[in-house]
Design a protein around this ligand. Structure first.
Ligand code: HEM
Length: 555
């Protein structure tokens, strides 16, 4: 398919680049709706109708409709909370409990949130200086929260990231914008990112990426002479960057090799720095760090500079090459790509196109690669599960065939493995919404602007919601599984929910499916020294210690 075929409302490439060339036309894609459900017809998926069976039973107050009655609702101050003092809130209590030390903060998805639910029940509030939050882990309440998120759902403000845009004059992309601006951008980007018709066209290129990745693993394993593949997370970061760039630009970047361009390495490193400094910058407030020019502030700002510098270079080159091809009258694009599509709509400025594309590059690396890492870790502990996966993949795809979108639909066990991995290790341990109006949740009156966090990690590990929550059991997601009907779909929402949910969900799922299918065809993965690995949230949920994995060829 040519670039012209991807174009929308006749924007000229010249209007992105400032030169005169022929207009791009749009492909007419119909249908609507976001990727709310799982990916396989045989998997349990969130339902949007009335609440499903509530399996959580420790709620001290009713969480459903009667409580919506504002007149009967209890005041905000009645919500259980750790001991608090005026202005400082729970600061001293949390400090006394040791939850604010650098090491403990990383474990707070367990130490603070999971434990406080045990202590206070399925809803509690906490406050530290200017940050106040209500945490919930009742799936029915989570469903209520999303139902009431309003026309322009908003997450908690990640101030340091937003400040960078303000200071540098860069446009705000879909992740950080709110209100009408968010809605406009989201509507434009949802088409190439979420519609199956678009996403299915990325499969061919992504299949090549996963084949190359398998080859790379084979080479690295041979070099390691039967011992672990060194720096497996670094390899997965490169895989994630190669995958997303293939989707965004329809071009292979060549990142699956030993020496990748310094720019790409800088980009990956800068994204890690941005995540690693975020928690520190939120307390007491990003502006205090800015005023004092603290180390995390400087590191974060430099990292954003790097992300934009590299991202802009990549995009300048992509647009320039596209322009030159058009000027030569070449119709050499037989695959759609994201950049061509959003440029062609004519509804985003060049700065907005750049910021949004760079945000997608950034959002795609640590999320997808960490999910893959956790999945490999769990698979390495279940050789019999790997055999069943191998069987499924060889039955559906065979040994060498190029994988297609239709093939992926039939990989039910593989999809259940990914769902289970995300239940136990959700990249984002919590998902927040800032209430747009006064709202009653679980029988309490919450004023507008309250930040409510659905604690995804805590729900995923709740034995009332998932029997044996610390056991990796993909079977629970299969229709043939014994307990699947009891799973409340709102109890595992690793990609969030509703119109503000992860826009990269479908592409992430396809990338993971292709990688894991190829890997199951060809390798058995094992841990060099089997060991338990625990998680840290920084703020992405990552393994606390490096994983030592070995990939043994099945041939
Ligand atoms: C396993 C991989 C991934 C996970 C678990 C994940 C998870 C999430 C979550 C939890 C959110 C917040 C949703 C909400 O507030 O309801 C989110 C938002 C977002 N994600 Fe992902 N993500 C993944 C991969 C990706 C990829 C590959 C991309 C880019 C291609 C991406 C781009 C974004 C963007 C742009 C948003 C903000 C959307 C908006 O505000 O409208 N994510 N993601």
């Amino acid at each position: 398919m040519s670039l012209s075929a991807m174009a929308g409302s006749r924007q000229k490439l010249s209007s992105v680049l400032g030169r005169a060339v022929s207009p791009w036309r749009a492909e007419g894609v119909s249908g609507r709706g976001l990727a709310l459900g799982g990916s396989g017809g045989h998997l349990v998926r969130p339902r949007t109708g009335p609440s499903v069976v509530q399996t959580y039973s420790t709620a001290t107050v009713s969480s459903t409709s009667p409580a919506e009655d504002h007149s009967q609702a209890r005041p905000f101050s009645d919500i259980p909370s750790p001991p608090s003092v005026p202005f400082f809130g729970n600061l001293f209590h949390l400090w006394r409990e040791g939850l604010l030390s650098k090491d403990k903060i990383k474990k707070n998805h367990i130490l603070m949130f999971s434990n406080m639910f045990n202590q206070y029940g399925p809803i509690f509030r906490w406050k530290m200086l200017n940050v106040e939050m209500v945490c919930i882990k009742d799936p029915v309440a989570v469903q209520e929260l999303f139902k009431k998120e309003g026309k322009y759902p908003a997450r908690i403000d990640i101030k340091p990231w937003r400040r960078y845009r303000e200071i540098s004059g860069k446009a705000t992309g879909v992740f950080l914008s709110d209100g009408k601006e968010w809605q406009k951008t989201r509507t434009i980007m949802a088409r190439p990112m979420l519609r199956p018709k678009h996403v299915s066209t990325y499969v061919r290129n992504l299949d090549m990426v996963s084949s190359d990745m398998s080859e790379r693993l084979r080479v690295l394993q041979a070099r390691a002479d039967g011992i672990e593949v060194p720096d497996i997370s670094d390899e997965l970061f490169k895989w994630a960057l190669e995958s997303i760039c293939t989707i965004l630009f329809n071009e292979r970047m060549g990142y699956l090799q030993d020496n990748i361009p310094q720019n790409a390495q800088d980009f990956i490193q800068a994204m890690h720095t941005i995540f690693l400094t975020t928690n520190a910058l939120l307390v007491p407030d990003a502006d205090v760090h800015r005023f004092l020019r603290t180390k995390p502030w400087r590191q974060s700002m430099e990292a954003w500079d790097t992300v934009f510098r590299v991202g802009e270079q990549v995009m300048d080159r992509q647009l320039q090459e596209a322009l030159e091809r058009e000027e030569r009258g070449e119709e050499d694009e037989d695959q759609p790509n994201f950049l061509a599509f959003i440029s062609s709509t004519g509804r985003l400025s060049k700065d907005e196109i750049y910021s949004n594309t760079i945000e997608l590059m950034g959002a795609a690396i640590d999320t997808t690669s960490t999910t893959l890492l956790w999945t490999l870790y769990e698979l390495s502990r279940r050789p019999e599960l790997q055999d069943r996966l191998h069987q499924e993949v060889t039955q559906v795809i065979g040994q060498d065939k190029v994988m297609t979108w239709d093939d992926l639909k039939d990989l039910h066990l593989l999809k259940a493995v990914i769902k289970e991995s995300l239940r136990m290790y959700p990249v984002a341990p919590a998902i927040s919404r800032v209430l747009q109006e006064d709202t009653v949740i679980m029988g309490y009156k919450l004023p507008a602007k309250t930040c409510v966090a659905a604690q995804v990690y805590a729900m995923g590990r709740d034995p009332h919601l998932f029997p044996d929550p610390d056991q990796f059991k993909p079977e629970r997601w299969l229709r043939t599984g014994e307990a699947h009907d009891d799973i409340n779909p709102y109890s595992s929402l690793p990609f969030g929910f509703g119109p503000r949910s992860c826009i990269g969900r479908r592409v992430a799922e396809v990338e993971l499916q292709l990688f894991l299918a190829k890997m199951s065809q060809q390798f058995v993965v094992s841990q060099v020294e089997p060991e338990e690995v625990s998680s840290v949230a920084q703020p992405i949920l990552m393994p606390e210690t490096p994983l030592h994995l070995r990939f043994v060829d099945r041939k």
